[in-house]
Design a protein around this ligand. Structure first.
Ligand SMILES: CC(C)(COP(=O)(O)OP(=O)(O)OC[C@H]1O[C@@H](n2cnc3c(N)ncnc32)[C@H](O)[C@@H]1OP(=O)(O)O)[C@@H](O)C(=O)NCCC(=O)NCCS
Length: 330
């Protein structure tokens, strides 16, 4: 028997407190843990602060006065980042719930309408990790976004102990991340991603200033897991003291570690530095009691995907990155 769709209305997110949104956020947290092995609660806590400050732009789907879905976005000068869209209908979840997806579609159309009408809006980026590729792809495409498939890849840390074999040339030094690495790391990211597909998806990678903003979010805020400085590593050129490679890691659940950034300066590639950093990450998380290590990668970044497969990573989920640029796809 077909269910009758439940009636709901779309309201401004700033009318809702974190408490009023908690049934949806709890359902979403359960979904993240089950399907992505990711404890979303630390991200949800951060979100709650913004909700209670009533400062986050977005929409809520409300049925009978109760929140059943939400979406939010943030403005960064002439750009907006669509942070999330998620709906929960009793008895269904967003994975197979057609009705939940319809509600999400409605939320998305409100977000698009608002952003397209925002004065000076030049660019919109979205990476909806929670939704598999295909679920909302056509809605983004119809709105003029370009889609870039991305992969969540993971490897097991169980089985034989991973012991890193550190064989570095004499001019290079491997050491743990320090706070003062932030600025050199910003320079390295901008250099490593020059002309790279990932800087098409995330324009922060295109400048040192933008890269610092990205790093700040990774290191200071729990949006991408809780930063793990003692597993994160840099490789430094001893004479110039510049970073030539870096590995940033976070803890995304009691079981899982996550690599939030890995890159090598173009002049130091194909010497095994990334492979070394991957091994160091695996061994660092084993010591911390994790049993799985994951990362995300753009499917079109074939060299990196190949490198990860060689290190035992397998695809556990495919999702979309979406980019809209004013006048770009006319
Ligand atoms: C992807 C990236 C991190 C790889 O770094 P890297 O240090 O060149 O990687 P490695 O040298 O460890 O391995 C790369 C390849 O070089 C090969 N290689 C390793 N040592 C080598 C050597 N001495 N001579 C020649 N080739 C070598 C490896 O076998 C590997 O090939 P494979 O993937 O076919 O197995 C680097 O290209 C980069 O920073 N790219 C831009 C940022 C990026 O895409 N980051 C990943 C985002 S998810």
């Amino acid at each position: 028997m077909k269910n009758t769709p439940i009636p709901y209305e779309i309201l401004d997110l700033r009318h809702f407190s974190s408490k009023e949104l908690s049934p949806v956020l709890d359902a979403e947290s359960a979904f993240w843990l089950k399907h992505l092995h990711w404890d979303y609660r630390s991200s949800a806590r951060l979100l709650n602060q913004y909700l209670d400050a009533r400062s986050l732009p977005g929409y809520v789907a409300s049925a009978d006065g109760k929140a059943i879905g939400y979406s939010y976005f943030v403005y960064e000068e002439s750009k907006a980042v669509l942070g999330n869209v998620f709906a929960k209908v009793q008895g269904l979840d967003a994975e197979n719930g057609h009705e939940a997806h319809q509600i999400e579609a409605k939320l998305l159309s409100h977000v698009f309408e608002t952003l397209f009408a925002s004065p000076g809006m030049e660019r919109i980026e979205a990476q909806l990790l929670v939704h598999s590729s295909g679920v909302h792809t056509h809605r983004f495409e119809e709105a003029g976004f370009k889609i870039y498939p991305r992969l969540l890849m993971a490897r097991s840390l169980q089985g034989p102990r991973v012991v890193p074999i550190v064989k570095l040339p004499a001019n290079l030094e491997l050491r743990a991340w320090r706070d003062e690495d932030l600025h050199p790391a910003g320079r390295l990211i901008a250099e490593a991603y020059r002309g790279h597909l990932d800087s098409v998806i995330n324009n922060q990678y295109r400048s040192v200033h933008g890269s610092l903003r990205f790093l700040h979010n990774i290191v200071r805020y729990p949006g991408c897991g809780v930063f793990t400085p003692n597993v994160s590593q840099v490789i430094v050129e001893r004479h110039s003291r510049e970073l030539v490679a870096m590995l940033l890691c976070s803890r995304i659940s009691a079981e899982s570690g996550h690599i939030t950034q890995i890159c090598v300066h173009p002049e130091y590639r194909k010497r095994g530095l990334a492979h070394l950093l991957l091994t160091v990450a695996a061994s660092g998380f084993v010591l911390q009691g994790a049993t799985e290590l994951s990362l995300t990668v753009t499917a079109g970044n074939e060299n990196a995907v190949q490198l990860y497969r060689g290190d035992g990573y397998e695809v556990m989920h495919q999702f979309d990155a979406a980019v809209w640029e004013k006048n770009h796809y006319a």
